[in-house]
Structures are given as structure tokens and as C-alpha cells.
Design a protein around this ligand. Structure first.
Ligand code: OSB
Ligand code: MG
Length: 387
């Protein structure tokens, strides 16, 4: 018999029949952000996005790799991803039958690290597998929500009044939670000013590793603002100092960079390094680990939410499918396409409803239609690997 908090959903992670991939493509596209996005680790104006397309028996599947050009969020880059995809991972997937997305994970398990590159392949396979059955990924993974609550992540701005305007504009669009990027020198005054303008709503901050344990007394002052969470204050590879900081804070710590897979999530919860976890399917190697983190947290009564990496419509569609799972009970960083791009790569861009939710696509696979002409026009490189 199941107990409260124990995952009970049934999942269909396999394709209709064992898959033999005939080709895997790696395509690089470029997209310019509507507004530059600045975090504690740097400022981004435009993105290069590696996309993965798999084909088997006339069915295709699409995935996205969330690596950036520089190793600032994590150690991977677009160049390292292209290398391990071409030289290690894709050869390990071609010319062998793959029944389920877990077989993709198993085939890549002996290769250490490179979760972002692995995720691109798992995402494409999951799309293909669900399409082969004519079901959505939401149905395949046992997602229960048809629309998911969303928030917006707002970058560091030139001045506090500019940021406050951004906050109020996004609250007016329905976003259920505002997340502010912070760093030393852009924290207490900024959060205080936003709290004054937005006194009641869900507010969180994300430091992207910008502090150390020596900043404990400084960070304790954030407790005054009744924050929903403080995301990744300390180093990306730290669990022990985060546990010490969490003991010193009233606010909940949420880990992002520090959770590359399900085992790390279990360790963080066992150590008390955080009270919340943000799952980014692209950071953790894809569906296999993302589902594992979801279930690990659900079993322990720990809520999760879906993070973002400024994805285009393909990665965003995967994020929405994932966020349909029952334990995604806090708003995700899954904002409208127009918050990022003048034109998205899908024919029906994502939008936020007045109630602060985004609908989960119901069509087969990721449930979106690629705008092929636009995709072709922004493609800067294309590699194809065949069986
Ligand atoms: O730390 O959550 C983060 C964007 C790029 C890299 C890291 C992060 C972010 C965001 C934006 O916060 C999330 C999004 O809207 O996609
Ligand atoms: Mg983060």
C-alpha cells in the first residue's frame, strides 16, 4: 500500500517498439534575447542553442542542450557538448536497440559528467518515444497538471527603479512568483525596495554561487524579507557549507547548481544543505535523473520546482511536461516565449494566462510544431550522424 508522499503515478518511458535510430543531428541556432539578462556570473545578450534531432522509422524527436559558450553556470560548454556528443555519446546510441529513455541513460552511464550533453539526447529520445505511441510526454511520465504555475526570473539591472518597474510589469502579466538575481553589492537594498513595491507576493532570490560562508551574517539579513527561498548562495560543488548556512537561516535554501543528479539530491536532503530543490532537466542529464529527483523529494515531503536556462520553445516544452508532475508544487522559471525571444522556434509560442499558469502541450511528444523555415534561417551549424 502506498503512503502519503510516495509516488504513485504509472509511467510509460518506453517507445511503442524497440527503437533503432537511423540518424542523430546536432544543429546550432542563434537567438537574441529581447532584453539582456545579467546574473552574478555575467551578462548574456544572445544565445547559441544546440538542438538534437533523432529519427527512427519515420518518427522524429527533438531535444535541447542548455550549455552556454563559457563555463560560468557549470563546467560544460557548447564546445565540450559537441565533442562528447560526436565522439562518445552518439556512437554509443547508434546501432543498438533502445527500448526506453532509461536505456539511453544506461548506455551513457559509463561516461562521467557532461549532464547537459546527455540531457539533449534523453530529451530527443523521450519526444520520439512518446510520439511513437501517440501520447504526450506529460502522459508518458505520469504528469497530473494540464497547466503549471509559473514565475519569472529577473536579472540584475542598471538601477533599482528599473528593476522595480520590471517586477510590477511582470506581476501585472500574472506571474505568481518573482525571482531576483543577487550578488554582493546588489542584494539587501534591492530586495528591500522590491519588497516595498510588492509586499505580499512570492519573492525569491538567486545568487548563482556568489557568496561564501563568511557572508552568513550578511545573508541572515535577507530573513527580514519573508522570501520564498534563497537559491544557490554558495559554491556549485558544496554541500557542507550550505548545511551550515541553512542551520543559520530562517529562509529556506534551494539548491540549483549543486544538484547534478538524483544521488546529489538525496545527499543534500540528508545533510540538511537545503529545504527545496530546483530541477532543471537540462542540468541533471535528462528525464531519468529528473524523475529520480522528483520522486526522492516527494517521498521525503520536499516540494520541487522547475528551473530554466533561457531555453527556446523546444527545451521549454520539455520543462512544461516535467513540471506537470505532482510534486512540482511551486511556480517554475517557465516564462512566456516573448519574455525571452522576439520570435520562438515553434509555431505557437508559449504564453502566460491571467491566472499565472502556462498550459502543458497535449499533442504527441513535446506537443509543439517546429517553425522549420525560421529554424533554418537561424541555423549556424549542422552535423548529421547516421547508423
Ligand atoms: O540560475 O536559474 C538560474 C538562467 C540561466 C542560467 C541560470 C539560471 C537562469 C535563470 C533564468 O534564472 C531562468 C529562465 O527564465 O529560463
Ligand atoms: Mg538558479
Amino acid at each position: 500500500m502506498s503512503t502519503a508522499g510516495t509516488p504513485t503515478t504509472t509511467r510509460t518511458l518506453d517507445a511503442a517498439a524497440p527503437v533503432r535510430l537511423s540518424s542523430i543531428e546536432v544543429r546550432l541556432i542563434t537567438l537574441t534575447l529581447v532584453r539582456p539578462f545579467e546574473t552574478s556570473f555575467g551578462r548574456v545578450d544572445a544565445r547559441v542553442v544546440p538542438l538534437i534531432r533523432m529519427v527512427a522509422d519515420g518518427v522524429e524527436g527533438w531535444g535541447e542542450v542548455v550549455a552556454d559558450t563559457q563555463p560560468l553556470f557549470g563546467a560544460e560548454t557548447i564546445t565540450t557538448a559537441r565533442h562528447v556528443l560526436a565522439d562518445c555519446f552518439i556512437p554509443a546510441l547508434l546501432n543498438r536497440p533502445l527500448s526506453a529513455v532509461t536505456d539511453v541513460a544506461a548506455a551513457l552511464r559509463r561516461f562521467k559528467g557532461h549532464q547537459m550533453a546527455k540531457a539533449g539526447l534523453e530529451l530527443a529520445f523521450m519526444d520520439l518515444a512518446a510520439r511513437s505511441r501517440g501520447i504526450s510526454i506529460r502522459e508518458a511520465i505520469g504528469g497530473t497538471r494540464t497547466a503549471v504555475p509559473v514565475g519569472v526570473s529577473l536579472g540584475i539591472e542598471q538601477t533599482i527603479p528599473i528593476l522595480v518597474d520590471q517586477v510590477l510589469a511582470h506581476v501585472a502579466q500574472g506571474y505568481q512568483r518573482i525571482k531576483l538575481k543577487i550578488k554582493p553589492g546588489w542584494d539587501l537594498d534591492v530586495v528591500g525596495a522590491v519588497r516595498d513595491a510588492y509586499p505580499k507576493g512570492w519573492l525569491s532570490v538567486d545568487a548563482n554561487t556568489a557568496y561564501t560562508l563568511a557572508d552568513t551574517e550578511h545573508l541572515r539579513q535577507l530573513d527580514a524579507f519573508d522570501l520564498l527561498m534563497i537559491e544557490q548562495p554558495l559554491a556549485h560543488d558544496d554541500m557542507v557549507d550550505h548545511a551550515a548556512l541553512q542551520r543559520a537561516l530562517r529562509s529556506d535554501i534551494c539548491l540549483d547548481e549543486s544538484i547534478p543528479h538524483a544521488r546529489a539530491a538525496a545527499h543534500a536532503l540528508a545533510l540538511g544543505s537545503c529545504r527545496l530543490i530546483n530541477i532543471k532537466i537540462g542540468r541533471v542529464g535528462g528525464y531519468t535523473e529528473a524523475l529520480g529527483i522528483h520522486d526522492t523529494c516527494q517521498t521525503r515531503g520536499v516540494p520541487v520546482w522547475c528551473g530554466g536556462m533561457l531555453e527556446c520553445g523546444i527545451g521549454r516544452a520539455h520543462n512544461l511536461a516535467l513540471a506537470s508532475l505532482p510534486n512540482f508544487s511551486l511556480p517554475g522559471d517557465i516564462s512566456a516565449s516573448k519574455r525571452y525571444w522576439h520570435r520562438d522556434v515553434i509555431t505557437s509560442p508559449f504564453d502566460v494566462a491571467a491566472d499565472g499558469t502556462v498550459a502543458v502541450p497535449s499533442g504527441p511528444g513535446i506537443g509543439v510544431t517546429i517553425d522549420h523555415d525560421f529554424l533554418e534561417s537561424i541555423t549556424i551549424d549542422h552535423q548529421q550522424f547516421t547508423a
